[in-house]
Design a protein around this ligand. Structure first.
Ligand SMILES: [Zn+2]
Ligand SMILES: [Zn+2]
Length: 346
């Protein structure tokens, strides 16, 4: 089969590799219809993920059709159209029974190498999915493949971070970063009851897109903190959602937050440590939340919101490219010339 493989820093290539086979009685083999390039794939692309070896298949966002199932899979059925979580969960351990699926003792991440469970990625024609009954969800006819692949990670990540931001109806919300997750966080913030969402970004074109979905754009140009204070009677935003994953954006989040605000980070942090403005967090009595998105707990409400038209994630898709063009897809995504790239497996 064809698959996108990591070849070293800033190098991926599409290679012929063996088709995956069932390895456990709880596995599924899924024929991938669509995969997608994600901001967290860039951590792999930039060589920041220890344990990624040349030849490892990358990617963790996928929808497809169940082709083959192990004998102990009870819920999934062959031929079903499915989306899958970017991590696996067994459904039986203490963490899974508490709903803390990201902390499953058997958890593996698709396409992040040996440090994260050594599970092959999904930017491929087929993918092996462990614990299929827990990791996969059947897609209803009313949700398209393109909606499904966005639900699978970035929309559920936005929902998860927004839910943990504790928005009260009428709150003002500042979203730092108007990339794909940030744009979807604008949508989810309105669903959770925001009266107004400010979008902060360095890139004017991204702010235009944020404005189209009802956000008030604020260009990050050194005057953004004053701008937010002007727009909020001098207080700052009631809630801040950080959708970048850097120390600089956490610092900005703490500046634009009003006292007693919650700052909820949707961004992926790969640094083991970074400077935090703890003096400001203390003085303003801020609550800071961060964590790998527990998307398995978000799929049901997010699918209901998409099915009923309350969330429209497709607006973030900027490119649809064949899997064979993945090298170019990574290049333009890395240069921020694309918002969200969907890869067509055939
Ligand atoms: Zn992703
Ligand atoms: Zn578990």
């Amino acid at each position: 089969m064809r698959a996108v493989t990591y070849q070293g820093v800033r190098r991926v290539s599409v290679e012929e590799v063996p088709k995956p086979v069932l390895q456990s009685s709880t596995d599924a083999i899924v024929r991938v219809t669509l995969s997608a390039v994600c901001g967290s794939d860039l951590h792999v692309f930039h060589g920041r993920i220890r344990g990624m070896e040349p030849g490892d298949i990358v990617g963790h966002e996928y929808v497809g059709t169940v082709e083959q199932l192990g004998d102990d899979v009870k819920v999934m059925t062959p031929g079903s159209r499915v989306l899958g979580s970017f991590f696996t969960a067994c459904g039986h351990c203490w963490a899974c029974r508490r709903g803390f699926f990201t902390q499953c003792i058997h958890s593996q991440l698709f396409g992040f190498g040996s440090r994260f469970g050594n599970l092959s990625g999904a930017q491929a024609q087929w993918v092996r999915v462990p614990y299929a009954d827990q990791t996969l969800r059947t897609l209803p006819d009313s949700i398209t493949d393109e909606q499904g692949i966005l639900i699978e990670d970035i929309l559920s990540t936005a929902y998860f971070a927004t839910q943990r931001a504790n928005i009260i109806a009428g709150d003002t919300v500042a979203v730092i970063g108007a990339g794909p997750v940030g744009l979807l966080a604008i949508q989810t913030a309105y669903v959770f009851g925001a009266s107004l969402v400010f979008a902060l970004d360095l890139v004017p074109q991204r702010l235009e897109q944020a404005q189209q979905i009802g956000a008030q754009p604020v260009l990050v140009n050194g005057k953004e903190v004053a701008a937010i204070h002007d727009l909020t009677d001098g207080r700052g935003a009631d809630v801040v959602i950080e959708a970048v994953g850097s120390g600089a954006s956490l610092d900005l989040a703490s500046r634009v937050a009003r006292p007693f605000a919650t700052v909820s980070a949707a961004g992926v942090f790969t640094e083991s440590s970074l400077p935090l403005p703890m003096g400001r967090v203390f003085a303003k009595d801020l609550t800071l939340r961060s964590g790998m998105a527990n998307v398995l707990s978000a799929f049901e409400p997010v699918m209901a919101l998409v099915k009923n038209g309350r969330l429209k994630p497709e607006m973030v898709i900027s490119h649809r490219m064949p899997l064979e063009a993945s090298e170019e897809a990574y290049r333009i995504f890395d240069r921020r010339e694309a918002m969200k790239i969907i890869l067509l497996a055939e």
